[in-house]
Write a protein that binds this ligand. Structure first.
Ligand SMILES: *[C@@H]1O[C@H](CO)[C@@H](O)[C@H](O)[C@H]1NC(C)=O
Ligand SMILES: *[C@@H]1O[C@H](CO)[C@@H](O)[C@H](O)[C@H]1NC(C)=O
Ligand SMILES: *[C@@H]1O[C@H](CO)[C@@H](O)[C@H](O)[C@H]1NC(C)=O
Length: 418
């Protein structure tokens, strides 16, 4: 890990030098730096925003473009030029817990959907894509960094390197399993709108499917909800995915912001706002997310709720994950930018500590893994990890109805987390 840190630092120096050189070059060209940036942004937007069949304006200000399924960003990938889309997985994991059935027997909790549905739906053979605006790109540190994580931010409980963890400024409160071969993971995640102190910070709640070691070639598939003012320009809670096959360096991105993920579903837009959101001591809402590897084709599929099979990450995008995952993590992550020399007050989960329990603290329930026989089962030997439990904490539990679950989160800055 120490070697990795110095590689990272080396990289940062090189990148800074390149950035400086290109700025210097641009200055040399006179006042056309702004013009060049405008052109670059326009080109990038043209690449990202495919020609829609129909567009829907969401109440939160987003525009959702319904793009023909064969014109989606995935097909800009050279390896996908001749790809024939798989419209459905060949296999679902066995033992999929049917929450609809359970819910109709008990008191049905209203299901969580997406805000833009209030103003329309996408036709068949199209997929909904959140349109990227000029402002979205301009909020990123550079056009190239738009839609990507800034640096590695994987919680690594196994190889905890305090320096590295604290250096990156990312803080986690997670449950995890390791030491086996995993072919997927599932969780039902409580949905909240945590407060974000600085626009360049974020708060997310997700699952991670990890392959390889925590080195340069880490493979990761991630899905959950996030509040990220920099990425979306507001404080809404949004559904997101992320993938990388080289520890967040050159490959991967959020949602459909690069080519890779192939979407087949016309009802759920990645990056779109989730509605409704849970209230403190009031109504609770949750979403379930399942990611699994199709044992026949080898692609990693994602399902949102009980009804929406979103699409898949083709197996060739990955190295380790083209076989199986070696670790699964579930939980929260925030960025602590330490802006005024104090810990951030950005919240994780509901902004409350696990001790407060149901309808106050945020939860993950019925966490499951997919095993080598394509069966969903409760994980064994679940560990818990957090860098600073006085800021954000996690508490595992197990009972009949919720299976393996945990409460997690916290307020960030407080008298015990200065
Ligand atoms: C796609 O198919 C065409 C025609 O069959 C072939 O010439 C081309 O090499 C293929 N491209 C890739 C990337 O496989
Ligand atoms: C990170 O830094 C904080 C504050 O300096 C310290 O309390 C904490 O123990 C560190 N975390 C780890 C994992 O070393
Ligand atoms: C997001 O929330 C912060 C405070 O938590 C507020 O200062 C900011 O104006 C909000 N941003 C938007 C775009 O609403």
């Amino acid at each position: 890990m120490a070697a990795h840190v110095s590689v990272c630092r080396g990289l940062v120096v090189v990148l800074a030098l390149v950035a400086w050189l290109s700025c210097a070059a641009a200055e040399g060209g006179g006042g056309d730096r702004a013009v060049r940036q405008r052109l670059e942004v326009r080109r990038h937007l043209k690449r990202l925003n495919k020609k829609p069949v129909k567009s829907i304006r969401s109440p939160d200000g987003d525009i959702i473009d319904c793009v023909h399924v064969s014109h989606q960003p995935a097909f800009d990938h050279p390896f996908l030029k001749n790809h024939s889309i798989q419209m459905r997985p060949t296999y679902h994991p066995e033992g999929l817990f049917d929450e609809n059935k359970l819910a109709s027997q008990e008191k049905k909790t209203p299901s969580t959907a997406q805000l833009w549905h209030q103003n329309g739906r996408c036709p068949e053979d199209t997929i909904p894509i959140r349109r990227t605006t000029r402002d979205d790109v301009l909020r990123a540190s550079s056009v190239k960094r738009y839609g990507r994580k800034k640096h590695r931010s994987i919680p690594c409980p196994l190889s905890v390197d305090p320096d590295l963890l604290n250096e990156s400024g990312h803080q986690h409160a997670i449950a995890y399993v390791e030491g086996d071969r995993y072919y997927g993971a599932k969780a039902t995640i409580n949905v909240w709108r945590p407060k974000i102190q600085q626009p360049n910070e974020f708060s997310l709640s997700q699952l991670w499917i990890l392959g390889g070691s925590f080195g340069e070639d880490l493979n990761s598939i991630e899905a959950g909800w996030q509040v990220s003012p920099d990425l979306y320009g507001d404080n809404n809670t949004r559904l997101f995915t992320y993938w990388t096959s080289d520890a967040y360096q050159a490959t991967g991105c959020y949602n459909l912001l690069c080519s890779g993920f192939i979407q087949v579903n016309n009802e759920v837009a990645m990056g779109a706002s989730i509605s409704p959101i849970s209230d403190y001591d009031g109504s609770q809402y949750d979403v379930s997310i399942l990611v699994w590897k199709d044992p026949k084709e080898g692609n990693w599929w994602m399902q949102f709720g009980n009804d929406y099979v979103l699409g898949y990450w083709p197996s060739f995008l990955f190295s380790y994950l083209s076989d199986s995952a070696s670790m699964i993590e579930w939980g929260g992550e925030v960025v602590n930018s330490d802006a005024d020399g104090e810990h951030t007050s950005t919240e994780m989960g509901s902004g409350r500590f696990p001790e407060e329990g149901f309808s106050k603290a945020s939860y993950f329930r019925n966490i499951q893994v997919v095993d080598g026989s394509n069966n969903l089962r409760a994980p064994t030997g679940v560990g818990a990890f957090t860098e600073q439990s006085n800021c954000y904490d996690v508490q595992n539990g197990n009972n009949g109805e919720w299976g393996q679950y945990f409460y997690y989160g916290g307020p960030g800055r407080n008298s015990n987390c200065p």
